[in-house]
Design a protein around this ligand. Structure first.
Ligand code: ZN
Length: 570
């Protein structure tokens, strides 16, 4: 040990000289910059400023300030628990004819990994709005909050002075190109938290916003997608679902004859977007998206509601692009901008499938996101593009029993007698002598008692019951095909919708600044990883006077300070 000390000391001195920061403690990482955070009482002392500063300190302490990213892509697997990742990796491996366990999803090959603590300020187990706001603004907030700091959900007046700057808006303000991609409605919680400010995630179009909230000054989320251009050009690429949120009840849907838009305020936001982007392309199917690749701006709304599950995409009448195709289109378009770009891509429906208690759709959508991340890796360089992959929160999917190597991940457990067993491979039996599956849910509509929709026994997707009868025991799965795409895994606790889980999710990263992604961190530190590792974002924050003497953005930025001034060129 002692004979290495001089070399370590010499290296440390060199590095300190190079980055000219004040001396970090001897155990600090290379490139670490120290930010002091006041000790507070929890939760009373958790002000937005405290969240911001503590997140900044966390990112700086592992070297995010060393990053030199030109571009940033954040992939968000909604509800992509670590169990979902493990099961999806095996699912993909088995689909390719292998045992599966040895497989890695695309982001699992990234060099940097960390854990993210996901709780909201008011909830141990969080929702997508509060968690994504933590990721996009550096500040943890309440369940249901979109781009505003902690307050009262559903209370517009309370939220008005709580607007937070997102890194998408920051990038726009710094002259970078920006993009948002999601398989959910573009107004749904995760994409909304990149561009909107609302105390209530459900205020997606004008008919969702109570009159009282409108009178107090709150606006629906869909119209905020357009008004976010006050920071710069607004998102140059916005691709997802949710056509109905952007069109009026007088407008017939282009894809489905029997559908119209949802807005009652007479505003066709698609038309308004087209007027604001005369050279831009509005598209609603895969073919149009391909043809629009070189347009200066693209708005793509591929379904009136959420886009389809990957498993059902082939059924789309007009042809729906895959998440990988959406990602490729966004990167091809945004990467033409020499000033760099930021892009958020959401694999949204992993969450929805888990809520519905159907592992097949959750896993196929997770594999689709892996394809999208691989497409991004192939279209970018790790020399200038930081890619972060994470989830907003977990779910209650369980991976149980002692299935033998290569056992179908959606199948019934086959083992050699469990942990202590040395018998021959056979169906594992529970204490009642009944077989069971490797994957189950802790709660949800897969409960096997009778419901008002389906009889007692295993449930079939789709299953949206409003009432349950108690179950008298487990069903016999011997003759049930649990690998069928519509099989619903058994759920222990009956619930109309399977719930989120409260444990940590993963963060995986590659590219400049990614080495700072390690250890266990609060979710809001992800924002700080991004802004600290991207000189252009960092500089814009420092220009607004939010940085400390070492150049670390530590003060909560005021969104108005980043808006375009009258006379700025667009
Ligand atoms: Zn959810």
């Amino acid at each position: 040990m002692s004979r290495f000390t001089p070399l370590v000391a010499a290296v440390t001195t060199l590095l300190l000289g190079a980055c000219a920061s004040t001396a970090p403690s001897s155990s600090a990482a290379v490139g670490a910059v120290q930010v002091d955070v006041p000790a507070i009482a929890h939760p009373a002392g958790e002000t937005p400023q405290w969240w911001y500063r503590s997140g900044a300190a966390r990112a700086a302490s592992t070297g995010a300030m060393d990053g030199k990213a030109k571009n940033v892509i954040l992939f968000l697997g909604d509800g992509m628990s670590l169990t979902t990742v493990a099961a999806a990796r095996i699912f993909e491996g088995q689909r390719n004819g292998r045992p599966g366990e040895e497989n890695l999803l695309s982001w699992e090959q990234f060099p940097a990994t960390a854990f993210s603590k996901t709780y909201n300020t008011d909830s141990q187990t969080p929702d997508s709005a509060g968690t994504m706001t933590a990721i996009t603004t550096g500040v943890k907030t309440h369940m249901g909050a979109i781009g505003v700091s902690a307050g009262t959900r559903n209370d517009c007046a309370d939220s008005l002075n709580k607007g937070l700057l997102t890194w998408l808006q920051l990038a726009d303000s710094a002259g970078m190109a920006t993009g948002v991609v999601s398989t959910a409605r573009l107004t749904h919680a995760t994409p909304a938290a990149t561009y909107a400010h609302s105390p209530e995630r459900n205020w997606e179009n004008d008919t969702d916003v109570p009159e009282e909230a409108k009178a107090a000054g709150c606006r629906d989320i869909a119209q905020q997608l357009l008004s976010t251009s006050r920071f710069g050009r607004g998102p140059l690429v916005a691709l997802g679902g949710g056509r109905g949120e952007f069109t009026t009840v007088e407008e017939r849907d282009p894809e489905y004859d029997d559908k119209v838009g949802q807005r009652l305020d007479g505003r066709s936001l698609v038309t308004e977007w087209q007027q604001a982007h005369p050279q831009g392309a509005y598209v609603w199917n895969a073919k149009q998206l391909q043809a629009a690749s070189k347009a200066p701006a693209i708005l793509g709304l591929f379904e009136p509601d959420h886009m389809r599950y990957e498993a059902e995409r082939k059924d789309d009448p007009a042809g729906e692009p895959s998440l990988a195709e959406l990602t490729q289109a966004a990167i091809a378009n945004l990467s033409r901008h020499q000033e760099g770009y930021v892009l958020m891509v959401e694999g949204a429906r992993i969450d929805h499938a888990n809520h519905s208690g159907n592992a097949y759709r959750a896993l196929t959508d997770t594999v689709a996101m892996s394809d999208a991340v691989r497409a991004a890796v192939e279209a970018t360089s790790d020399q200038d593009t930081l890619i972060i992959v994470t989830a907003d929160h977990s779910h209650t999917l369980n991976f149980v029993g002692y299935p033998a190597r290569g056992n179908p991940i959606l199948g019934k457990v086959k083992d050699k007698g469990g942990e202590d067993g040395a018998g021959k491979l056979d169906l594992a039996r529970d204490g009642l002598g009944l077989p069971y599956t490797t994957l189950t849910y802790a709660n949800g509509p897969g409960y096997t008692g009778a419901t008002n929709q389906q009889p007692v026994g295993p449930k079939q997707y789709p299953h949206n019951p409003s009432s349950f009868d108690p179950s008298t025991g487990r069903p016999d799965l011997t003759a049930v095909d649990t690998e069928h795409p519509d099989y619903m895994q058994e759920a222990l606790v009956p619930a109309k919708s399977e719930s989120h889980g409260g444990e940590d999710v993963g963060i995986w990263a590659r590219g400049p600044g990614s080495k700072a992604v390690r250890g266990t961190m609060e979710q809001n530190a992800i924002y700080h990883m991004i802004v600290q590792a991207t000189p252009r974002l960092r500089q814009r924050l420092c220009d607004a006077g939010t940085c400390d003497a070492k150049g670390v953005p530590v003060e909560l930025p005021k969104p108005t300070a980043f808006e375009r001034q009258a006379g700025d060129s667009k």
